[in-house]
Design a protein around this ligand. Structure first.
Ligand SMILES: [Zn+2]
Ligand SMILES: [Zn+2]
Length: 278
């Protein structure tokens, strides 16, 4: 279905370095990047342009725009979000979505990778010593830094700082005008190897999902579309909030399959039972 076809990667931050080799090997596609397409128009991490839509809609829009500009019917785009982990307190997370669109076959396949392997951080800085301590804590210089006047000030933003000399220069330039500067991690993929790895893992997931075909009509992208709760308590047998089954549904035909006990667990600990441990 994909062999020998061109596939456009919507990125200006070198994500093709990890995405292209995996897709070319797995699907036999020929990857290219749409030159001159500025993905920043749909939002930047540094806040000059706010992202207006949710990450999946943004990734879809990026992908469709690149496909249109390059006149290509196969495309991929990614969108990352950073912040507090949704379920683990005091942890930062990198939440990456990848979208794969095939207009010729009317397919859309999405993969998500939520990872705690991120250096995402920011701090108000007063002295050069503080700056270098912060830099070391966020894996500088292998990972880039950004300096600005203050956390929400977009007037002067110095991005992509990847060596000590530039870091000192940027700090001097900003500290001359005020008492503090704000230092933060540069989350653009090309300046952030940790993020690049998360995107690589998301791509592997996407490939697995593309290679999973519907048992009835053989269309790619057969995967989990819903999660059923209700795993029985091992003591009293009442349904709990734990996962009982995954529902897999085909995008094309109506084929549906329920995979029971997807976590290889047939009962839940009474500790998590609302009846045994209210
Ligand atoms: Zn099907
Ligand atoms: Zn119980």
């Amino acid at each position: 279905m994909f062999k020998g076809r061109n596939l456009v990667i919507a990125t200006k931050h070198e994500k093709e370095k990890v995405i292209a080799p995996l897709l070319e090997r797995a699907l036999g596609v020929i990857c290219f990047v749409q030159e001159g397409f500025d993905t920043d128009t749909l939002g930047t991490f540094t806040g000059e342009i706010e992202r207006e839509e949710d990450p999946i809609s943004t990734a879809r829009q990026k992908c469709l725009t690149a496909m249109e500009l390059s006149n290509c019917d196969l495309g991929i785009a990614s969108e990352g979000s950073f912040g507090a982990h949704p379920s683990i307190f005091f942890a930062s997370a990198d939440d990456e979505f990848l979208i794969f669109i095939d207009k010729k076959n009317n397919l859309e396949i999405i993969a998500r990778e939520l990872s705690m392997e991120t250096n995402f951080n920011g701090k108000e800085i007063e002295t050069e010593k503080e700056l270098f301590d912060f830099a070391e804590s966020v894996k500088f210089p292998s990972h880039g830094l950004i300096l600005r006047k203050s956390k929400n000030d977009n007037s002067v933003i110095i991005k992509g700082i990847t060596d000590t000399i530039k870091l000192k220069e940027a700090f001097q330039k900003l500290i001359d005008k005020s008492n503090t500067v704000y230092a933060e991690t540069d989350m653009r993929a090309l300046h952030n190897p940790s993020r690049m790895t998360v995107i690589e893992n998301a791509t592997k997931k996407l490939v697995d999902q593309i290679n999973s075909c519907c048992p009835q009509c053989n269309v790619p992208g057969f995967g989990v579309t819903a999660i059923n709760k209700g795993l029985a308590c091992s003591l009293c047998g009442s349904p709990t909030n734990a996962t009982l089954s995954f529902i897999c549904k085909c995008q094309k035909c109506d084929f549906k399959r329920e995979d029971i006990y997807p976590h290889k667990k047939t009962t839940e600990d009474p500790m998590y039972c609302d009846y045994c441990n209210p």
